[in-house]
Design a protein around this ligand. Structure first.
Ligand SMILES: Nc1ncnc2c1ncn2[C@@H]1O[C@H](COP(=O)(O)OP(=O)(O)OP(=O)(O)O)[C@@H](O)[C@H]1O
Ligand SMILES: Cc1cn([C@H]2C[C@H](O)[C@@H](COP(=O)(O)O)O2)c(=O)[nH]c1=O
Length: 658
């Protein structure tokens, strides 16, 4: 049904514009008639848009759609009939323009009614797929089909030499198709989709308010809800960037030294990118949070607009154009899916109405303003040795528009981020591999979590004991713990992983350490932190990254994801890394006179990899780490640790010191 409606829309758009321009001989008049009928479609959005959403929320959506479609059927059918009844070219164009205006005006009521009704027909989990189909059909297949049908009809007739009566010329036929597509939609909605009729209790209640109140409430909801505000602003940003590219495309193609063909190529490439973004986007990003995806897509589209601005060759520009399209397509898909899924039925019509007016206004403004701006100023050639670049108003405009778009994308991302605290890049990489990072589990944490890390024999146990004693002497609640083996289950796991008689596979080893950690964090660390204790752990996540990641050469990202999952994202406040040369550390361990365990018995190269992995982790997050040379005397190390920790600890209440 939507495909038929969309096909009718596009055929109608092209046919009305062609029909109007065909009424004149003069090329300037033809251009004005063509552009005028398209521009007229955008004006109603500004006038009626604000109240159209109230209709969609207030009245029965099924009847609203049917009545609007029947009206559109009559109006669109009248356009080709005017000349048949003796209308002059000027009268015909005038009526085509007025009819288009009326048709577009009432379409503004139809769209929010449709957009608000669709989510009620589809399970939430299927909304994205349904949106993919709708968007690809509306913006990919049907415009192409419409253009091809018109071209084929015209070419077929020209070649056959057949002469058709005035009322059956190709453009007239296209206009009838547009009108009858409306009639078909009205009949399908009335007889076939009865489910969208009626009103929920919430909508009934809202309809008791005056229309003005409902109108104001809609705006208040959009303005005061960060998610919706972010979505709406983001969608506007994406369309603004797209509009600037459209407005600047012709001049930009010239500045690349390419002709009109390059302009069409760029244009086609943007649409190809759009189809890729909408069609393949969900498959590419897999499990990435849709809220994060939305902000990132806007940044991708805008960054690509910037890239277009600095392209020095058509191949670069085509790559930029495809990425602009892909980013915009992904932003549009994720944005509409979020809007469908997150907004209550009784507010959906008004929200979609604001989106559609905004999109049209932003698009119109961006195309017009950029069209004017690119004409300003002359271009300046800059010689860069091997090549030169023409710096024109068009390039400056693209770069500035891209920068503004990135800023909007960052704003949308921040407003809507549903994984605060989860690093963006690892989350993106993890999601592309099907393993997104989880946001940290929230819990009331008033304690301080300190971890000691380092290779074998670095002196961790020695320092853990010293620090615990010092803190206890201050009267603090201290919990000393370790990995693996702090719990009963952990002790059994420790026996399994360190026993030289057994050799688990690398992945099994990683899972065993993760299992020990999950249980340890859930039963020891979190409860202690929750009650405000200082928790000191001998080893934690970094040991897995260093031993299983660098030592066993398992993918570090995967180990990181596994640990984040096991710990629910719990990170230490301070990691003390005791850096030791493996030769020194293993000699210290040897001198204890006990048999070496399975890990201690690993090769020197293994322990070297472990050491440098620890140092890399510390270098990547210096605020959280204290790196100390483990060859220093025990007392010096202990003093350095206490000094660093003092800034993290709250003062001990008077009278509790031991
Ligand atoms: N700073 C130091 N200088 C010299 N020897 C030290 C120092 N710190 C600890 N030692 C000694 O090194 C040996 C190993 O120390 P400790 O058990 O504290 O290290 P560890 O890092 O916990 O070892 P493991 O990795 O086996 O758990 C012990 O005999 C300890 O007395
Ligand atoms: C937590 C953790 C530890 N290991 C290794 C490191 C050591 O060789 C042993 C633990 O024994 P120690 O008493 O600390 O010397 O296990 C590991 O490989 N992965 C880990 O996650």
């Amino acid at each position: 049904m939507l495909a038929a409606a969309s096909f009718g829309d596009w055929v109608g758009l092209l046919a009305t514009a062609l029909f109007a321009s065909a009424q004149f001989e003069n090329p300037a008049a033809q251009g004005a008639a063509f552009g005028g009928t398209i521009a007229v479609r955008l004006i109603p959005a500004l006038l009626l848009g604000p109240i159209a959403g109230v209709f969609a929320d207030r009245f029965d959506r099924r009847y609203t759609m049917v009545i609007v479609d029947l009206l559109r059927f009559v109006i669109y059918l009248s356009i080709p009939l005017v000349p048949l009844f003796g209308g002059t070219p000027a009268q015909t164009v005038a009526w085509a323009t007025i009819a288009t205006f009326i048709g577009e005006t009432i379409t503004l009521i139809w769209i929010p009614a449709k957009e608000a009704a669709v989510p009620n027909l589809i399970p939430k989990s299927q909304i994205e797929v349904s949106n993919q189909l709708t968007l690809i059909t509306t913006y990919g297949i049907t415009p192409i089909l419409a253009a091809l049908s018109l071209a084929a009809l015209t070419a077929g007739l020209q070649q056959s030499g057949a002469s058709l009566p005035d009322w059956a010329q190709p453009i007239q036929l296209a206009l009838y198709i547009n009108a009858f597509a409306r009639l078909a939609t009205a009949l399908v909605v009335f007889f076939g989709i009865k489910e969208i009729g009626g009103k929920s209790a919430a909508r009934e209640k809202a309809a008791e308010q005056s229309m003005t109140r409902q109108f104001l409430d809609g705006w208040k909801f959009i303005g005061n809800t960060p998610l919706v505000r972010g979505l709406v602003l983001g969608i506007f940003g994406a369309f603004g960037a797209g509009g600037v590219v459209i407005g600047a495309a012709e001049k930009f193609a010239k500045s690349l030294g390419a002709g009109q063909a390059a302009f069409y190529l760029l244009f086609g490439t943007i649409f190809m990118g759009l189809a890729i973004g909408i069609g393949l986007g969900p498959m590419i990003v897999k499990e990435l949070s849709r809220k994060r995806w939305f902000g990132m897509s806007i940044m991708l589209a805008s960054g690509s607009v910037m890239f277009l601005g600095i392209s020095i060759h058509l191949s670069m520009a085509l790559f930029g154009a495809i990425m602009v399209g892909a980013g915009a397509g992904m932003a549009f898909l994720s944005g509409t899916t979020l809007l469908y899924g997150e907004i209550a039925d009784e507010l959906r019509g008004r929200t979609f109405a604001v989106v559609q007016i905004g999109v049209r206004t932003v698009l119109l403004l961006a195309i017009t303003v950029s069209g004017i701006l690119v004409g300003l100023g002359s271009s300046r050639r800059v010689d860069l040795g091997l090549f030169h670049i023409d710096i024109s108003a068009t390039r400056v405009l693209l770069v500035v528009a891209g920068a503004i778009g990135i800023w909007v994308g960052i704003g949308a991302f921040r407003q809507m981020d549903d994984k605060p605290g989860v690093p963006v890049l690892p989350d993106l990489i993890g999601s592309l591999r099907g393993r997104p990072l989880s946001p940290p589990e929230s819990f009331a944490r008033s304690g301080v979590f300190v971890v000691f890390e380092g290779g074998e024999g670095a002196g961790k146990s020695t320092q853990v004991t010293r620090l615990a004693e010092a803190l206890k002497a201050d009267g603090r609640d201290v919990v000393v713990t370790r990995e693996p083996g702090a719990t009963d289950i952990g002790a059994r796991i420790r026996g399994l992983v360190l026993d030289r008689a057994e050799t688990p596979s690398a992945r099994a080893e990683a899972l065993l350490y993760a299992a020990d950690r999950a249980h340890h964090v859930a039963t020891v660390v979190r409860p202690a932190l929750g009650r405000g204790a200082v928790v000191i752990s001998d080893r934690y996540v970094d040991s897995s990254l260093a031993y299983q990641g660098a030592g066993r050469t398992l993918p570090v990202q995967e180990i990181s994801w596994l640990s984040a999952w096991a710990t629910g994202g719990l990170k230490p406040d301070l990691v003390v890394l005791l850096d030791v040369d493996p030769g020194v550390g293993l000699t210290r361990v040897d001198s204890r006179g006990e048999a070496a365990d399975r890990l201690e018995s690993e090769s020197r190269a293994f322990h070297e990899r472990v050491r440098y992995a620890f140092l890399d982790l510390a270098a990547a997050d210096p605020k959280r780490y204290l790196v100390l040379d483990a060859a220093r005397p025990v007392e010096e190390i202990a003093a350095a640790v206490e000094a660093r920790l003092s800034s993290l600890l709250s003062p001990v209440p008077a009278g509790t010191a031991g």
